[in-house]
Design a protein around this ligand. Structure first.
Ligand SMILES: Cc1ncc(COP(=O)(O)O)c(C=O)c1O
Length: 395
């Protein structure tokens, strides 16, 4: 690739740019993970992690990608043949459902058009119809990274409660945690699945499960009946026991944990409400640019626009990947590709994590130039529309 000078713009919707502060923290010498300094690190980390999930309960940390944390949520709580309800809201919801199927669960998938979030009424109807209480869990992706659509978790919880159904609620927050308002305890979520590489501003490599009392009880009762899914490496029990004394039952990702401590400090300094408002503001400015260009945002429901990313639909006959290629080659910026059935039709602008007004201005300038160079018919003025919004709106 041609050298452009300056810094690469990593504007995919995760992994995101890692702040220099976090990179420096990660570069500290690795320590003995069975020694007192490590125990001190863990005892500082775990209490700081809960507020980001909105929980006073335990958060399990894995040296894994988000997919590992998906698997952990399932194998800790469910038994072979259990029925789970999932919504086809996008590529990641589909992948999680497929993983559940491979683990021996029976998946009931509510179809979707990938332009809307999960439909609380449909979930409620499916649960109400399940008079035999065969559905043991609802799997929900909070923010669909493939579409830029955020499902309304409290509305889904309310629908589950209205149906009086005891299923667990498992929520993937891989591209929403620490970017979009999220409250594990208050919203009655049983397992929250997360990863390090997006709103937490870390490199890939850590997976998380925040766990409710109900999820722990489900695990315990499945274990008592020797009925649970095979669960070795992912088993919460030995991890939580070791965490209580500041350790892990395996070699943890020490240097990523240093980075996590620093990232949590940065989030606490800014304050979560300000972090969420910043993301919403950048998302709104991005949509202003897209609409001023005369293009369409993929998300079709005003209540469900993602704060983390925006998926932009290209007019028929224009290849989104060709535009992405031009932008990478000419301006050294990476944008997200269209995934699954959206391949070639959309590109995705990541505006999450370590990101500010001028990062957005640069990002949108690169997109506008790339669209023009790629021969996509757009109106000029998209960047100016975003800047106008940034000028007016305060965090
Ligand atoms: C919403 C969502 N869920 C799950 C995953 C899978 O996570 P990983 O690629 O870290 O395994 C991703 C990855 O981007 C994601 O965005």
């Amino acid at each position: 690739m041609a050298s452009t000078g300056g810094r690469h713009f990593l504007q995919i919707p995760g992994p995101t740019n890692v702040p220099d502060r976090v990179l420096r923290a990660i570069s500290a010498p690795t320590i003995d993970h069975r020694g007192p300094d490590f125990a001190a690190l863990v005892s500082e980390l775990l209490p700081a992690l809960g507020p980001v999930f909105g929980t006073a309960g335990p958060v399990v940390i894995y040296p894994s990608s988000g997919t590992g944390a998906w698997e952990a949520a399932l194998v800790n709580t469910l038994s072979p043949g259990d029925r789970v309800l999932a919504c086809d809201t996008g590529q990641f919801a589909t992948l999680w459902a497929q993983l559940a199927g491979r683990l021996g669960l029976t998946v009931e998938l509510i179809p979707g058009d990938w332009r809307h979030g999960a439909d609380p009424a449909e979930i409620g109807a499916r649960l109400a119809a399940d008079t035999g209480r065969e559905i043991k869990a609802v799997c929900l992706v909070h923010n669909e990274t493939s579409t830029g659509v955020t499902s309304r978790v409290p509305a889904v919880r309310a629908a589950m409660d209205a149906a009086g159904h005891p299923a667990l609620l498992l929520v993937d927050t891989i591209s929403s945690l620490a970017s979009i308002d999220y409250r594990h305890d208050e919203w009655g979520v049983d397992v929250t699945v997360a990863g390090s590489q997006k709103g937490l501003m870390l490199p890939p490599g850590l997976g998380f499960n925040a766990v409710s009392d109900k999820a722990l009880a489900a695990k315990e009762s499945a274990a008592k009946e020797s009925a649970g899914l095979p669960c070795g490496y992912w088993d919460w029990t030995p991890i939580l026991a070791a965490n209580a004394t500041g350790f892990f039952p395996y070699t943890p990702a020490t240097n990523l944990l240093y980075g996590l401590r620093e990232a949590l400090a940065m989030l606490a300094e800014e304050g979560l409400p300000a972090v969420f408002a910043r993301h919403q503001r950048h998302a709104a400015a991005t949509r202003a640019a897209v609409r001023a260009w005369g293009l369409e945002v993929l998300c079709a429901d005003e209540r469900e626009h993602s704060g983390s990313l925006t998926a932009v639909l290209l007019p028929a006959g224009h290849d989104a990947d060709a535009v992405r290629r031009i932008i990478l080659e000419r301006f050294d910026m990476s944008l997200g590709t269209g995934l699954g059935r959206l391949a070639g039709k959309v590109f995705r602008i990541g505006h999450l994590g370590h990101f500010n007004d001028l990062t957005l201005a640069g990002t949108l300038a690169g997109v506008q130039l790339g669209l023009q160079l790629g021969g996509v018919p757009i109106k000029p003025g998209g960047v100016e529309s975003a800047l106008e919004l940034l000028r007016e709106a305060t965090g």
